[in-house]
Design a protein. Structure first.
Length: 85
């Protein structure tokens, strides 16, 4: 299932933004996989690995940004970077 989810993410990014990942890390057997698109990194985990790595703890001081439209193009989110939110 993990591999299927990441393949879907990769396909959607390619279709919507014409970009593929710069790098891929991990395998379905490790329980985690990463797609690095340069300015966005997608982390995929099975439940056990997500609990183990606990990325929320690592990124606890980072500002949180709420996304309401998963289909929004990157330029629609430019105000987030400009305002520092």
């Amino acid at each position: 299932m993990l591999k299927t989810v990441l393949e879907h993410v990769e396909q959607q990014v390619k279709e919507r933004f014409g970009r593929g990942p710069r790098r891929r890390e991990g395998t379905k057997d490790t329980g985690w996989m990463i797609l690095d698109f340069g300015d966005v990194v997608f982390h995929g985990f099975v439940a056990e690995q997500r609990e183990f790595y606990n990325l929320e703890r690592l990124w606890a001081d980072a500002p949180q940004v709420e996304f309401t439209d998963a289909g929004a193009p990157p330029e629609a989110l430019a105000h987030v970077e400009a305002s520092g939110e």
